[in-house]
Design a protein around this ligand. Sequence first.
Ligand code: DQA
Length: 138
Amino acid sequence: KKILILNGPNLNLLGVREKGIYGNQSFETYFETLKERFADNADLSYFQSNTEGFIIDKLHDVGFSYDGIVLNAGAYTHTSVAIADAIAAINTPVVEVHISNVHQREAFRHHSYLSKNCKGVILGFGLDSYRLGIESLI
Ligand code: DQA
């Protein structure tokens, strides 16, 4: 199974940014453990961008050929009708993930424009949310 992990804005700073919320591991390091763990049953790739349009371009690029996408759109989750439309436009199922439990945080994080167009949502389990997202797609 070909699965893309797609990270949005500020997630390039995992391990550096607000460690109390997001932990102290970089995504690159965590991605290595994910590749090992799923070596037998998934072909994992990873892309990160801080730019909304590049996230949309990537969804278009893989969204008609890959088996699944695990998407953490960061703050665009709460703002982007354009990413929501891109998810609706493609064929590949998207699982929305968040590291933090957004419902324990500020009210503006409680709404997601993306969830309605996603296969499911996993949040609040730290980096393990990504592993659970992959498991669900497999
Ligand atoms: C996040 C939650 C968002 O509200 C926030 O803007 C992020 C990260 C998470 O993984 O917990 O950048 O998506």
